[in-house]
Design a protein around this ligand. Structure first.
Ligand code: ARG
Length: 397
């Protein structure tokens, strides 16, 4: 039986370096590479496939974009998925990538170990390994980047020596992760909290100054808590996310610059472009605000926050997530209706919302309504803040 390792392969420098390493330093005879497409930049899947062929691995490519939208982005929209101002775009893709790797490992059989290219400083090691250990607990996991703390320069030299094509790796100063829900840009001077991000790091969003000078108004329709059409055009889930991405990006919406507390506690500066998320989550929130009771709204903020923390930590298969989703999902059938937004130079302003489940009644709220006898308010207003008023009386005496 050949000793076999399954490498979660992006085609980038780190994971490419892993291939000869697995053979020469870790003693594997058979290297299986798996590339999962959750919205890779154009051409990158092909590049990964070509490199895998050149490096003579047994390669599998999987298009998981549809599944990423319906099983990962949708739950995230329902939970208004956020961690510290970040729409957890990289975070929610990792469990799916690991899950697909496990599925392939089970299908082809004979896998002696997993390998991934995560470093020991980041969050992705937690997310990948949690899923791998959950579904294939006996299979060891190797992370060469973490074991050997390699520098980029060392990796480039090693790659050249081993005949791995490195493309523009030498000039690439930013570490970028892209999927359908967002783009994360790290590295170089971007790590300094006080360094203004240069315009060149943004490729998905127009700079607000270059965005169109006239506002774009759009109406997004939701059914059961998820978007189903934009401006009356029903679209499949994948196309809808792409359409939202384009509309927001064109109008300069989606740039995020935050301080982020990583799972380990490390405080880091992060830059993101999440145009689709920055359109669809505020729209979803606007609709929830129309259909939920005051108590539901207050409680959902807490549930959403816990959900965001779990998803950020990659604990996608924690039963607590199911518990939180039981509440979240019980509300979503009412999150059906439409939201109108005005997109203009970096801002996405909500300018209207409508739903057949709206807890709003024109007759009750209106100033000239007769249904509600205002004189009945007199008594209840008198008791308002009774204890606080008593405190001031007691304090003064
Ligand atoms: N900080 C983000 C997260 O943990 C993004 C990490 C991946 N970014 C990257 N450039 N490789 O979700």
């Amino acid at each position: 039986m050949p000793k076999t390792v399954l490498l979660v392969y992006s085609g980038g420098l780190d994971t490419s370096v892993c291939i000869p390493m697995m053979r020469e330093d870790y003693g594997f005879d058979r290297v299986v590479t798996v590339t999962i497409d959750v919205g890779l930049p154009a051409g990158e899947l092909k590049q990964a496939e070509d490199k895998a062929k050149l490096l003579k691995t047994e390669h599998y490519s999987i298009d998981a974009r549809e599944e990423f939208v319906t099983d990962f982005i949708y739950p995230s929209i329902k939970a208004n998925g956020d961690y510290q101002g970040y729409p957890i775009s990289t975070s929610i893709a990792r469990p799916l990538i690991a899950l697909k790797a496990v599925e392939i490992a089970k299908k082809i059989g004979g896998i002696d170990a997993f390998c991934h290219g995560c470093t020991g400083k980041g969050n992705d090691q937690f997310r990948f390994e949690f899923v791998m250990r959950t579904f294939m607990p006996e299979t060891p996991i190797i992370a060469p980047m973490r074991e050997h703390t390699m520098t980029r320069t060392w990796e480039i030299e090693y790659a050249e020596k081993k005949g791995i094509p490195i493309g523009q790796s030498k000039e690439k100063i930013w570490s970028i992760d892209e999927n359908l829900w967002g783009r994360s840009i790290e590295g170089g001077r971007l790590e300094e909290p006080n360094y203004a991000p240069p315009e060149e790091i943004f490729t998905w969003t127009k700079s607000p100054q270059d965005a169109p000078d006239t506002p774009t108004e759009i109406t997004i329709e939701f059914e059961n808590g998820v978007p189903v059409s934009i401006n009356g055009n029903k679209m499949n889930p994948l196309d809808l996310i792409i359409e939202a991405h384009n509309l927001a990006g064109e109008n300069g919406i989606g740039r995020i610059d935050i301080m982020e507390d990583r799972i380990m506690g490390l405080k880091v500066r992060e830059n993101y472009e999440c145009p689709a998320a920055r359109l669809l989550i505020p729209a979803h929130q606007a609709l929830e605000a129309l259909v939920c009771t005051a108590q539901e709204r207050a409680f959902k903020v807490l549930v959403d926050q816990k959900w965001g923390e779990l998803a950020y930590a990659g604990l996608w298969y924690d039963p607590f997530k199911d518990d939180l989703e039981a509440f979240i999902n019980s509300i979503q059938p009412r999150v059906t209706g439409s939201v109108t937004m005005r997109l203009f130079k970096g801002s996405a302003q909500i300018i209207g919302r409508a739903s057949k489940y709206a807890l709003y009644n024109e007759d009750l709220a209106s100033f000239d309504s007769k249904t509600f006898d205002q004189s009945e308010a007199v008594g209840i207003v008198k008791t308002h803040g009774m204890q606080a008023r008593m405190y001031h009386t007691v304090k003064d005496n």
